[in-house]
Design a protein around this ligand. Structure first.
Ligand SMILES: C[S@@+](CC[C@H](N)C(=O)[O-])C[C@H]1O[C@@H](n2cnc3c(N)ncnc32)[C@H](O)[C@@H]1O
Length: 253
């Protein structure tokens, strides 16, 4: 898996993908439609034994995974069983026979469920917690790839992935945006209608951002990479980043 191959596969698959998701209404908190195409294109012709997702909320990613990987078991883990989101996700996924919905903490449940060749999708926990989970799974379970959501440019976590995880690539690539951002029209329309006007391409929470959207990182498993060492380096980077952030806060920035 790499970016060039993903761009080619996305061009080949975009029309079929558009038709596949045309009847799925966008739900709040969900990933961008173009980001799901990125994931589908990156996986390409690899047929994983299963897909394990953590962070389901209202099931936007879960629904699309279930449809796009028909016949492949999709195991979805969500921590919050008491949120109104849980019912929405259950209703939306009701017709998808390959989708299993579970509740639990992905930090515990996910590594236990992943096996070699699987695709892992992490969209909760977030930030350093997500990176720790991703690297733990890469070190212990040999999935084909781990996708981590919310890895946009400017974050310390993103810089860490770019510097220390060989093979990592991202859905906010300018060529991917130019080719496939049009898929997200209905997403931004729904965001506007539901009062999230500040969510636009290259803008979130009233601030402009370098990345097009929240952004998936794709971390393909590679022979010869010592993910345990990368994980230890990540713990150091996380500590430094937290100290820096609290210092900046005290300085009033
Ligand atoms: C942004 S939402 C996920 C959106 C979903 N992927 C979609 O596309 O619709 C994040 C979700 O992650 C869940 N979450 C956070 N930490 C978690 C954990 N440790 N284990 C499982 N789920 C978690 C939250 O409860 C929340 O529902």
């Amino acid at each position: 898996m790499d970016l060039e191959h993903t761009l080619e596969e996305a061009s080949r698959r975009v029309d079929a993908f558009r038709s596949l998701v045309a009847h799925i209404p966008y739900e709040a908190k969900g990933v961008l439609t173009s980001e799901m195409l990125f994931l589908v294109a990156a996986v390409g012709n690899h047929r994983p034994p299963k897909i394990v997702e953590s962070g389901r909320a209202r099931g936007q990613s879960t629904c699309i995974l279930g449809l796009a990987f028909a016949g492949v078991p999709v195991v979805s883990i969500e921590r919050d069983a008491h949120s109104p989101d849980a019912i929405v996700a259950t209703e939306r996924c009701a017709g998808l026979e390959n989708v299993e919905l579970h509740f639990g903490d992905a930090n515990v449940e996910l590594p236990a469920r992943v096996s070699a060749g699987d695709i892992v999708v992490i969209d909760g926990p977030k930030g350093w917690h997500a990176l720790k989970l991703a690297l733990t799974v890469l070190a212990k379970r040999r999935p084909a790839a781990v996708f981590v959501h919310d890895c946009y440019k400017g974050q310390a976590e993103r810089r860490f992935l770019e510097r220390h995880v060989p093979g990592a690539f991202f859905s906010d690539d300018a060529r991917f945006e130019a080719g496939f951002a049009e898929l997200d029209g209905p997403v931004f329309e729904t965001a506007r209608r539901e009062g999230f006007e500040s969510w636009q391409p290259h803008a979130f929470d009233g601030r402009t951002q370098a990345s097009y959207g929240p952004t998936y990182a794709c971390l393909p498993w590679r022979q010869g990479i010592r993910y345990g060492s990368v994980l230890r380096r990540m713990v150091v980077a996380r500590t430094i980043s937290r100290i820096r952030r609290s210092f900046m806060k005290r300085m009033g920035e």
